[in-house]
Structure formats: structure tokens, C-alpha cells
Design a protein around this ligand. Structure first.
Ligand SMILES: Nc1ncnc2c1ncn2[C@@H]1O[C@H](COP(=O)(O)OP(=O)(O)OP(=O)(O)O)[C@@H](O)[C@H]1O
Length: 228
């Protein structure tokens, strides 16, 4: 579960990105975060995996007070949260297999377990046959599928996707949505910031709308609600 109470976040340059956020997201939910550029969507998600720390307020993720985590405990905490970005962020010189295995090697898995787990997530995203490719040899949609595989290989309870379809054409975007829905069906919470009215209005889920650093709407099976 994720819970925020009265969260305020100001960047060092004085920009107030979040202006009093309170919200509760239960385990297994699928939540879209929508709103205009600069509304605070990315900042909202960054607080959940301790990429940023709030000035004020409390953030509890899986019963841990995230702001109070010691630095040495942050890497362990982050294993419970997978993150996917619009621009994929794969390591360009490593193969698909290595990009995913890297996330596991960090936690000292045995080579046999690494192989089994990497191949399992590659199968989940339909890319078993591309294990030896490097990112440049893949389409954008395939690169995003690798990024998703990497994000879920540690079996996180939460997957944060910050505009995961922002760089993809409509057909490829639907493929990514199908994969995210499958991951959600297995119990993983999905938090997806998006500008896609088409996706939000078609694949109906909870919608949290943000404006100027506050939540202005929170609806189950909601609509995108903005003109595009
Ligand atoms: N690292 C930073 N330093 C200073 N200001 C920042 C930083 N990151 C974001 N901001 C500012 O904080 C506000 C919220 O930004 P944020 O990235 O959370 O919005 P967003 O809703 O995700 O926007 P977009 O849809 O364009 O990704 C904006 O005014 C932005 O300029």
C-alpha cells in the first residue's frame, strides 16, 4: 500500500512541485496519473521510490515511512518498486539479457537463478528470441518491453511507469498496455503517469488528476478529462 499525507515538495530552485497531497493506493490497484505538463505527476511518483524527499508530510510504502529510510536501506527498499520511463533508459552496450540480469546480479543471485528469472520475464514480455540483441537493434516498443522486464525481474510489489507509451506509436502503445495489465493481474500495483487520453478512456482504471501540485480529481474507472 502507498499512503501520502499532506505532502509538500519544493525543488531547490524554489519551484513548488507538490502543494499538499494526500492519497491512498491499495496493493493491486492500477492508477493513472493525469494532468498538464508541470502539474507534478513525475514528482509525485519520484517520492514513492525515494528519488526525491518531501519538505513536509509523510509517505508510507508497504508499511515503511519512506522519508525516514536510512541511505543504506534505500537500495533494498527500491527493489520492491520497479520503474519504467518514457525513454526506456537501457544500457546501450549491454544485450537485452545483460540489461535485465544486471538488476539481479546486484543482489547476488546464483547464475542459474539469474538465467531462469531473466528468461521468465523475457517470456512474459514476448522477447525470448531477442535476448542477445543490443537495444539499438530493437524497435522502440521492444526496448520498452525490455525496460518493463528489467523493472519486474525482482518481483516488485509496485511498478511505476512514467509515460511508458510517450515515445511509441498507437499499436505499440496498446501492446505495452496489455503487458502492464497482465502484470497488474498478477497482483502488482501499477502507477502510470500518462498524457494519453485514448488509453485512459479505453482501458478504464482509477484516475488521479493533478493540477499545480494538487490532486483535483480521483475517480474509479475515471476518464482522462482534458482536451488534447
Ligand atoms: N529537478 C527539478 N528541479 C527543479 N524544478 C523541477 C525539477 N523537476 C521538476 N521541476 C518542476 O516541478 C514542477 C512539476 O514537475 P513534474 O516533472 O513533476 O511535472 P509533470 O506533471 O510530471 O510534467 P510532464 O507531464 O511534463 O512530465 C514543474 O514546474 C517542473 O518545472
Amino acid at each position: 500500500m502507498i499512503e501520502m499525507q499532506d505532502v509538500f515538495m519544493t525543488y531547490p530552485n524554489g519551484v513548488v512541485a507538490l502543494n499538499g497531497i494526500s492519497v491512498k493506493i491499495e496493493q493491486g490497484e492500477f492508477v493513472y496519473i493525469v494532468g498538464h505538463s508541470g502539474a507534478g505527476k513525475s514528482t509525485f511518483t519520484k517520492l514513492m521510490f525515494r528519488e526525491e524527499v518531501p519538505m513536509k508530510g509523510t509517505i508510507t510504502v508497504n508499511n515503511k515511512d519512506v522519508s525516514k529510510l536510512k541511505w543504506k536501506d534505500v537500495p533494498y527498499f527500491r527493489r520492491s518498486i520497479g520503474v519504467v520511463y518514457q525513454d526506456f533508459r537501457l544500457l546501450p552496450k549491454l544485450t537485452v539479457y545483460e540489461n535485465i540480469a544486471f538488476a539481479l546480479e546486484v543482489i547476488e543471485e546464483s547464475p542459474k537463478n539469474i538465467r531462469a528469472r531473466v528468461m521468465k520475464v523475457l517470456d512474459q514480455v514476448g522477447l525470448k528470441n531477442k535476448a542477445r540483441f543490443i537495444p539499438d537493434e530493437l524497435s522502440g516498443g521492444e526496448q520498452q518491453r525490455v525496460a518493463i522486464a528489467r523493472a519486474i525481474v525482482n518481483r516488485p510489489s509496485i511498478l511505476i511507469a512514467d509515460e511508458p507509451t510517450g515515445n511509441l506509436d498507437p499499436d505499440t502503445s496498446w501492446e505495452i498496455m496489455r503487458i502492464l495489465e497482465e502484470i497488474n493481474a498478477s497482483g502488482t500495483t501499477i502507477i502510470m503517469a500518462t498524457h494519453s487520453k485514448e488509453i485512459v478512456d479505453t482501458v478504464r482504471k482509477r484516475v488521479i488528476a493533478m493540477e499545480d501540485g494538487t490532486i483535483v480529481r480521483d475517480e474509479h474507472r475515471g476518464e482522462y478529462g482534458y482536451e488534447v
